[in-house]
Design a binder for this molecule. Structure first.
Ligand SMILES: Nc1ncnc2c1ncn2[C@@H]1O[C@H](COP(=O)(O)OP(=O)(O)OP(=O)(O)O)[C@@H](O)[C@H]1O
Length: 235
């Protein structure tokens, strides 16, 4: 297993949010984590990146225990993060946003950006525009592209469809499918958009109140009773 999470606990101050999360991800796998608002999806990704300290359990990457590792060390070992709300730099151009993502390999910056942009024709046309002047969907594409500039091996994606118009959601699906099928990248997607998560994930974990309660296959999400019972949202 590439990533092994065992009994992970964390929270904010003294408020526990993750109550012992366990799952494992194989290299090259695309897994979805589905849960509705407030179930702990963002908290889980922040804990995996080291932005929130674990209060219990373990996180192992390629067998190495990263439970107490600083975020920069996790990034150096290949963890990439596309945060909820994108967090691009609104005052910087698209090109400069991508340069910020390259900080690890300063020397090869232009080559890395050119290579990443091959997957993002829409961004190629927007390189001089400031990040803040992009649409939400374009910002999301930029956030994914910027993450790729850091040459991650495992990417954590936090609700990439949030607040984004359907036509560009389709484009995000296409980009992620190509990455899934041709790049060898490992990806963990947290979402509450059923169609999006089903289109991309090979298997789906359901998160409820800070715990993984069930694993389902993408096809199972067509069953409204299962969806209603385990996820608490209606299709
Ligand atoms: N900084 C914080 N301080 C205290 N509680 C927080 C903080 N951030 C989140 N929480 C709480 O932790 C719980 C889980 O939040 P989290 O953001 O992980 O959920 P989520 O599943 O990602 O939901 P959403 O889809 O709304 O982002 C919620 O009850 C939330 O109110």
């Amino acid at each position: 297993m590439m990533l092994n999470v065992q009994g992970l606990r964390t929270g904010y101050g003294r408020i526990p949010i993750l109550n012992g999360i366990s799952f494992a991800v194989r290299e090259g796998e695309f897994i979805g984590i589905l849960g509705h608002n407030g179930m702990g999806k963002t908290t889980l990704l922040k804990a995996l990146m080291g932005f929130l300290p674990a209060t219990g359990g373990h996180v192992r990457l390629d067998g190495a225990d990263l439970t107490a590792a600083e975020p920069f060390r996790r990034a150096r070992l290949g963890l990439g993060y596309v945060p909820q709300g994108r967090e691009i730099f609104p005052g910087l151009s698209v090109h400069d946003n991508l340069r910020m993502g390259c900080s690890k390999q300063a020397g090869a910056e232009q080559d890395i950006i050119a290579e990443v942009l091959e997957e993002f024709p829409r961004l190629k046309r927007l390189l001089d525009r400031s990040g803040g002047a992009l649409s939400g969907g374009e910002q999301q594409l930029l956030a994914i592209a910027r993450c790729l500039c850091g040459k991650p091996r495992l990417i954590l994606l936090d609700e990439p469809t949030e607040g984004i118009q359907p036509s560009i959601i389709d484009e995000i699906v296409e980009v992620l499918l190509r990455l899934r099928d041709y790049s060898g990248l490992t990806m963990i997607l947290v979402e509450q958009n059923l169609d999006f998560i089903a289109a991309l994930s090979k298997r789906i974990l359901i998160i409820q109140k800070g715990a993984i309660t069930r694993e389902v296959q993408p096809g199972d999400l067509g069953d409204p009773s299962l969806v209603g019972e385990f996820i608490g949202i209606t299709t």
